[in-house]
Ligand binder design. Structure first.
Ligand code: ADP
Ligand code: MG
Length: 378
């Protein structure tokens, strides 16, 4: 498959893809979309930034719009429609980004989405479902809460997607995922997307998919090849000076990872007082604050976003030219996900890792895990 055109998608879907500049499917899309359109179960592993969202959004939208009957009932009458597709995502931010993608591709098809995530007003989310959304994009915690309170039913769900399955398991969502999947019809289609497929993800696959088509794109743990990986040996008290130097020397936006919430706040504050437009996201900020920070960064109001690892997975911001690991990540996998925030969809990026002398062995561990040497800079 070389163009989306060859897939003979609904006219509205084709038009939407073209309007947003999507012409050629990425490898994971080329592999996933045809079997997904046939209703097959699917397991796909691919690096971050390879276009997994459209790989499941396009078939879901196609399949729903193929059978969607326009409601003839007057507005205001309860239509009693139910959810037909469910996407589970590890974080609120990712859920909202997935929804944005759905909204773009589904424009004009009559398909509506509802986001179901914690930390935000629930009545709005419930209204979206009750007024006939066919697709819900949810974090497991909030969805389970709605299910327990019998506010949402999943009995008509035809397709379920587990996005970033490895991450959801890391976050301890397994019990919750099992309970949610237990409420879905047996005959549904299941699609699972993951950067890495370890033992635990494999057991999820064994239990919840049937004759799944397997797609593996590239080495799952290797950072995208288009990123220059630099490492600076720098003691803690000199990190700020080094960061300022990088900010002066290079143009473009910076996503900076710090280890703790407190460290994130402190660094953003120091940058702001140094005259750099900086904002921050971490788990202790309210959802509104997190949304605002992300939006401001996306729109260029801020040049720097300082974040803890909550932001590392799945979030996509166009044109991040530089990722800085101000503090080393806890685990080598997090390194891959942090670095995957830059150089997405065909552009080049730089990732600079700050490590103290005492952290040399930790850097070696990361290099071993990703199979690449970081280039020493000073
Ligand atoms: P992943 O989930 O694999 O990390 P995303 O679905 O978030 O990746 O997509 C990463 C970026 O690539 C997004 O900016 C998206 O708009 C872009 N993208 C996805 N598919 C295509 C395509 N076929 N052509 C061009 N850009 C694409
Ligand atoms: Mg993704």
């Amino acid at each position: 498959m070389t163009t989306f055109h060859e897939l003979q998608l609904k006219r509205a879907v084709s038009t939407n893809l073209a309007r947003h500049g999507f012409e050629k499917p990425t490898p994971v899309q080329a592999g996933a979309i045809p079997p997904a359109l046939e209703g097959r179960d699917l397991v796909a592993s691919a690096q971050t930034g390879t276009g997994k969202t459209l790989a499941f959004a396009i078939p879901i939208i196609e399949r729903i719009s193929a059978t969607e009957v326009k409601s003839k009932q007057p507005p205001g009458v309860a239509r009693n429609r139910e959810l037909r597709a469910l996407v589970l995502s590890p974080t609120r931010e990712l859920a909202m980004q997935i929804e944005e993608t759905f909204t773009k591709v589904a424009a004009g098809t009559g398909i509506r989405t509802a986001v179901v995530v914690g930390g935000m007003n629930e009545s709005k989310q419930l209204r979206a479902i009750q007024s006939g959304a066919q697709v819900a994009i949810a974090t497991p915690g909030r969805l389970e809460d709605f299910l327990t309170r019998k506010l949402v039913r999943l009995g008509n769900v035809e397709t379920v997607v587990l996005d970033e399955a490895d991450r959801m398991l890391d976050m301890g969502f397994l019990p919750s995922i099992k309970r949610i999947l237990g409420q879905l019809p047996e005959s549904r289609q299941t699609m699972l997307f993951s950067a890495t497929i370890g033992k635990e993800v494999e057991s999820l696959i064994g239990r919840y998919t049937r004759e799944a088509v397997r797609i593996a794109i590239g080495a799952a743990v290797r950072p995208v090849e288009a990123v220059d990986l630099h490492v600076y040996e720098v003691e803690s008290d000199a990190k700020m000076r080094l960061l300022t130097r990088l900010l002066d020397a290079e143009s473009g936006s910076f996503l900076i990872f710090a280890r703790t919430k407190h460290g994130t706040d402190r660094l953003a504050k120091r940058l702001s007082s140094a005259g750099v437009k900086a904002t921050r996201i971490h788990g202790d900020r309210t959802q509104n604050q997190r949304n605002q920070a992300l939006r401001g960064f996306k729109e260029g109001d801020y040049r720097v976003l300082v974040a803890t690892d909550v932001a590392a997975r799945g979030i996509h911001v166009d044109g991040i030219s530089h990722v800085v690991n101000y503090d080393l990540p806890q685990a080598p996998e997090d390194f891959v996900h942090r670095v995957g925030r830059t150089a997405r969809a065909g552009t080049r990026g730089v990732a600079s890792t700050f490590a103290t002398r005492a952290e040399r062995s930790e850097v070696r561990r990361i290099e071993k895990a990703i199979g690449v040497r970081l280039v020493a800079r000073d």
